[in-house]
Ligand binder design. Sequence first.
Ligand code: ZN
Length: 143
Amino acid sequence: MRAAPRLVPEPVGANAEFYAWCARGELRFQRCADCDTWRHPPRLACTACGSTRTTWSRASRRGRVWSWTITHQAFDPAFADEMPYAVVVVEADEGPRIVGNLQGIDAADLRLDLPVAIHLEAATDAVALIVFRPAGDDAGDVR
Ligand code: ZN
């Protein structure tokens, strides 16, 4: 049981659609309907060709650690029981970089290019957050 409620995103605009897919258990990124470039975070236009025609394509849910930081100070009391924890930037196999928490591995064992699986963890009925686990951990999403 958590000591305090956690803050969760209140998505608006293009982010609302991204989080709606996550809440349904699907990781999808925007993809340009004209040049097929993947993009995240969601934007109104393609950064490669400028097109505003967009699809939401299902992602592989695989990626590699691109960067991270270890948090040792509980600035939010809701995280006090989890110190220290890692906030990780992963480059998804499709190319977009996404931020999430790491589970299932000690922070000391983090390394660049570590293969990870991308999971979704329900934070509320309407919001699921991204969680990374070492590749091969098929524990599934947390509902
Ligand atoms: Zn494009």
